[in-house]
Design a protein around this ligand. Sequence first.
Ligand code: AMP
Length: 433
Amino acid sequence: MEFKDLGLSEGILKAVEEIGYKEPTPIQAQAIPAIQMCRDVLGLAQTGTGKTAAFTIPMIDALAGGRAKARMPRSLILSPTRELAAQISENFVKYGKYHSQLSMALIVGGTSMDEQVRNLERGVDVLIATPGRLLDLFERGKILLADIKILVIDEADRMMDMGFIPDLEKIVSLLPPMRQTLFFSATMPGPIKKLADKYLSNPKTITVSPPSSTSANVEQYLVNVTHPRAKTATFIKLYEQEDVKNAFVFCNRKRDIDEVCRFIKSRHISCAALHGDMEQDERTAALNKFKAAEVQVLVCSDVAARGLDIQGMSHVFNWDVPFNSEDYVHRIGRTGRAGAKGRAFTMVLPSDEKALGNIHKLIGKKIDVLETAGATPTEAPVPAPSVQQKARHHNRDQKQNHRHRRAPEDLDDQVDVNNGSFGNDIPSFLQKK
Ligand code: AMP
């Protein structure tokens, strides 16, 4: 099948051709005709399958020709994270290049509300939002949702992980019942299935790949380490053995991210951090630097990195075994995209046995253990955290727990993987001479 067989507008066909897409991906080939026929869609698809274009392209054609009234957007795309929302808006700009009359607004937290309010007042055809900020604006009377004709819920399972279901329920209750709903999720746990049943009417269900599968383009390895303190040395050895063009390094806890990033920089590898405690402009700057190859490594949390589409990433390193096995699939899926090859390494502690067992169960195979990575680094003695360190962590946790509205990204700190603390000390043999 070709794009021209899908009955799309000239403008879309031209934009898609200029981007260089040769043919629709399987989810596009199935979802686009269903959306054109005004059907609800239940898409079981991970990022990397082309699902964003599967809903944005037909939406652009469906909305073309109409005009939004002030503060009454005509379509709504809900995304769990700010970065994903921004990525969806970039897609709209690309595919909508020849539909410049359509207006779009991005409504996410961490940025000034004033400009968002001004945009809403001008009238918005496509509103892309994270649930928290959307509800804030609604509660302030800055937005009305009574004219929404198309609702997209993207990454529904992630919304659930991030505690967004009550917000989502509230938002959907404010929408007109006569609308088209497109619901995407990488996995379909019970509560998500219930939501889909509630929101969708006779949907076309599209499953593009089993949610638990890892791409054959990614070579995966485990690297055993005997203690958290040995991870620094192991990582550097691995990094030096590998031909790393650019990499994500995933940590389970936000508090580790800055320390890991500092450590990596101390080894003269350019590096930036990305996590939910950072201001939005810092997050955007870190991501832009990585995309522009100004830094080689991005140390990040699951929430910050979920679904990010960065072309040609050569490596993923899991500093920690993810607590949630589905996160493993998402993490390593950042590499090996669009037919490219990628490599993924996971440092494993003896205490990770259970989490690793769950991952093996989910992906239906055992990941090879890398025996030759030099994964038996000299281990520095493990100093117990100092009283000051303990107090610092305690104060930070207290501060986070007392926020008015917990940003979704805060939730990744709730995952305690019993890995022990990442200390400030770098094993002496790794320190700069
Ligand atoms: P997504 O699953 O929406 O995150 O898309 C993953 C990547 O696939 C993005 O880089 C898109 O630009 C790319 N993509 C989307 N549709 C196509 C297509 N039909 N052919 C080639 N690449 C595509």
